[in-house]
Design a protein around this ligand. Structure first.
Ligand SMILES: NC(=O)c1ccc[n+]([C@@H]2O[C@H](COP(=O)([O-])OP(=O)(O)OC[C@H]3O[C@@H](n4cnc5c(N)ncnc54)[C@H](OP(=O)(O)O)[C@@H]3O)[C@@H](O)[C@H]2O)c1
Length: 359
């Protein structure tokens, strides 16, 4: 039987924990080998690469960078192209269109040659079918959907809120009248030095219909289910913090509801969490102490004391985005689906300890 190899491109905020997660749960996820591509040989990154290799992953880089890594004392196992060609599934964790460029340069040919799946992240709009675990799994078509884009962490959050409150847990898409979101984003991740802001900074509404990419991507995610959710709108503001993102929402529904009913819906969905905590640092701190290397995998964390229902059909509230845990979960789920659509649900249950009903 052919070896099952998952290859991760990029070792940044998303790539690094993903490589860790996959090496840690290699047996449970039934993977034979985890490989990763690191582009730049840097002394500052040597410790991370050495540790990922110690945990059982193998490494690739561009041919002209191999000697740079060797000078750092790091053994390179494959060159970039070879690692992609031999992988069963590739999870691209690069930003700013690099995933789209890699699709053209490598993945399209590798897919034709028999590779099973190519997955990219939130910034790579147009890479493939949009996906978020638990939202549109049923739309993935074995054999057809070799290219998948995992939506961004905030889009996961918006989509989970739309699912729970707008469609009453997927039972009634007609129930949603409109949804408006303000994504209050951390300026950068604790692993990143660049792009911090000195004070809150508002973002442009670049998309005429949806405001920012968050609502646009949620629209396209739900479109894969045949649902036309045109009345979505989002805004974004960067905050001078490195802790979790927060989203403020207003969801309007046809049917009347109540706070008690909303809390029951959250409790019935085992991918979401309730919390009495009110600050991003408290939520982040819980993740650091109880998550997988700091990551909890819930899609949204709702401080239920902030929930409010106005006139029966206007739902207001805040929620926290679980750092990048929801994107990690969907990446693992999509990769396991590509390897075997029949067994992926069962295999990814090994990640259950990182879901919390209460944070
Ligand atoms: N940060 C988050 O919280 C978050 C959450 C959800 C989704 N996402 C999405 O995840 C993706 C990655 O974001 P990130 O925050 O993890 O980025 P990041 O921390 O900046 O890391 C990017 C990584 O990609 C590598 N890279 C960049 N360009 C490359 C290229 N052309 N070829 C090969 N490798 C390349 C870099 O390699 P070198 O270091 O070797 O140069 C680096 O390891 C984006 O689509 C983003 O939207 C991010």
């Amino acid at each position: 039987m052919a070896k099952k190899i998952i290859h991760i491109v990029g070792t940044g905020t998303i790539g690094e924990p993903l490589i860790g997660l996959l090496t840690n749960y290699r047996k449970e996820l039934d993977i034979d080998e985890v490989t990763f591509n690191k582009r730049t040989p840097l002394k500052t990154d040597r410790s991370k690469v050495v540790d990922l290799l110690r945990r059982g992953a193998k490494m690739s880089t561009e041919r002209d960078q191999i000697s740079g890594f060797e000078k750092l004392g790091i053994k390179v196992d494959y060159d970039t192209e070879e690692a992609i060609k031999r992988a069963t599934v590739v999870i691209d964790c690069t930003p700013s269109g690099a995933g789209l460029a890699n699709k053209e340069k490598y993945y399209t040919a590798a897919a034709k040659a028999g590779g099973k799946g190519y997955i990219a992240q939130g910034s790579e709009f147009g890479f493939g079918k949009m996906y978020a675990r638990g939202i549109n799994d049923e739309t993935l078509i074995p054999g057809d959907d070799k290219f998948i884009q995992v939506v961004s962490c905030n889009t996961h959050n918006l989509s989970a809120l739309i699912k729970m409150f707008g469609t009453q847990n997927n039972n009634d898409p007609q129930n949603l009248v409109s949804a408006d979101f303000v994504c209050m984003r951390r300026a950068n991740d604790i692993s990143q030095d660049d792009d911090f802001v000195a004070s809150p900074e508002v973002g442009k509404h670049k998309d005429e219909q949806f405001g920012t990419h968050h609502a646009r991507d949620a629209y396209y995610l739900y479109k894969t289910k045949g649902w036309e959710m045109k009345n979505l709108y989002s805004s974004a503001i960067k905050l001078n913090t490195q802790f979790t993102h927060i989203v403020r929402f207003h969801i309007k529904t046809k049917k009347e509801t109540s706070v008690e009913n909303l809390i029951k819906i959250i409790k019935d969905d085992d991918r979401q969490a309730l919390t009495y905590k009110k600050s991003a640092n408290q939520v982040f701190s819980f993740g650091r102490d109880h998550g997988f290397f700091g990551r909890i995998l819930n899609q949204t964390i709702i401080p239920h004391e902030t929930l409010s229902v106005h006139n029966g059909t206007d739902i207001y509230g805040f929620c926290f985005t679980s750092q990048d845990g929801n994107s990690l979960l969907s990446s693992v789920s999509a990769a396991e689906w590509a390897i075997d659509p029949e067994t992926y649900e069962k295999k990814i249950q090994c990640l259950k300890p990182y879901f919390f009903p209460e944070v």
